[in-house]
Design a protein around this ligand. Structure first.
Ligand code: TXA
Ligand code: MG
Length: 330
């Protein structure tokens, strides 16, 4: 991938009061700062500043047609950024702060067009991580923050993952240890009459449907003429460098194994490396471990990564979605 035009000195600092103040100051002056959220580390910049947003796209190597989520510290700030429709208001009251992103009609000026990729709608989220919210409060305007990885790579759940992908491309990394949820936020399109699940994520579908008292709709399949609603949903997105084989009931020669609930499929002894998403079979723990384990197995020297069959309920839907993308042909 291309080097950034201007190499930057990337500092890694603890997420204490001085670190948070420095992060806010850098963001407010057009800088690029990786910070922890409860889902994954985000790469933050001023969402009102098109130059900052453009440099963020460049640092990530991200296609500019992919719109960014506007992060704000609370529901009041969210109302300045978009028009909260009735379902959006309801879900915001119930689940923010938390791993939920809502798509609503945008308010002009609260985010720049480049951050929205020119869309008239905006993705908004109030993260459930104290460090993220402290930075957002100090910045005082919407902050764009995609996951802090090179475009197409696995999302970062530690400061070390961010450094591995973005050293020399961003200004600061706030280190607050591993992110608790481990998969990105659930995205719900609230612009129509019926809320639509655009991306399964850290807030399980079942919790949202229970709050709504109705099932979530599925996105209309994109046609050749219509761009996909959430372009980040493009097939190959969470990609380790080696192929990923899903539903594996045995380990083949040269493979590393991603297992669950202490499953030991035939050939286990010859696996190049093995990681268990959750030895006790807990899907919350599995989500938190997913991206770090994929990175470890990717770095193990194996020819490919075999993944055992996993349950689909709760966070299993988001885990299956990310693994499906990791396994998609590129
Ligand atoms: O948990 C998360 O959501 C993390 C943390 C850092 O907050 N952020 C994250 O951002 O996952 P990103 O940029 O990797 O994913 C944002 C997704 C993309 O799939 C994008 O296409 C979609 O949100 N999106 C953004 N604005 C949209 C809009 N107006 N309509 C539909 N989809 C939108
Ligand atoms: Mg991402």
């Amino acid at each position: 991938m291309n080097a950034p035009r201007q190499p930057r000195t990337t500092r890694l600092v603890p997420a204490d009061a001085p670190g948070i103040a420095r992060a806010a100051q850098l963001i407010a002056s057009g800088g690029l700062v990786a910070l922890p959220t409860e889902t994954v580390y985000g790469l933050a910049c001023d969402a009102t500043d098109p130059v900052a947003v453009a440099s963020l796209y460049e640092a990530k190597g991200r296609p500019t047609f992919n719109p960014l989520i506007a992060h704000v510290p609370d529901v009041d700030a969210a109302r300045q950024v978009g028009h909260l429709t009735a379902p959006a208001q309801m879900l915001a009251d119930r689940f923010w702060p938390g791993p939920l992103t809502l798509i609503v009609p945008a308010r002009e000026g609260a985010t720049c067009a480049l951050a929205r990729s020119g869309l008239s709608t905006v993705a908004i989220r109030v993260p459930g991580h104290e460090v993220a919210r402290a930075v957002l409060r100090a910045v005082g305007r919407a902050v764009a923050a995609p996951s802090a990885n090179r475009s197409g790579h696995v999302s970062p759940t530690t400061a070390g993952h961010v450094l591995a992908d973005l050293d020399g491309r961003i200004d600061l990394i706030l280190d607050a240890g591993p992110t608790p949820v481990g998969v990105e936020s659930t995205i719900i399109d609230c612009t129509g009459t019926r809320p639509v699940l655009l991306r399964p994520g850290g807030l399980p579908r079942e919790a949202i449907e229970a709050a709504l008292g109705a099932p979530l709709a599925s996105p209309a399949a994109p046609t050749a003429e219509t761009a996909p609603l959430a372009p980040g949903m493009l097939a190959s997105h969470y990609a380790p460098s080696v192929p990923v084989r899903l539903g594996a009931r045995e380990v083949r020669p040269g493979e590393a194994l991603l297992t669950f609930a202490a499953a030991r499929p035939p050939g286990f002894e010859q696996a190049k490396a093995c990681r268990d998403l959750s030895p006790s079979g807990d899907l919350v723990e599995a989500a938190a471990n997913l991206f770090a384990h994929l990175r470890d197995l990717d770095a193990s020297g194996a020819d490919s990564i075999a993944v055992v069959p996993l349950p689909r309920q709760g966070l299993g839907e988001a885990i299956a979605d990310r693994l499906g993308r990791a396994a998609a042909p590129r």
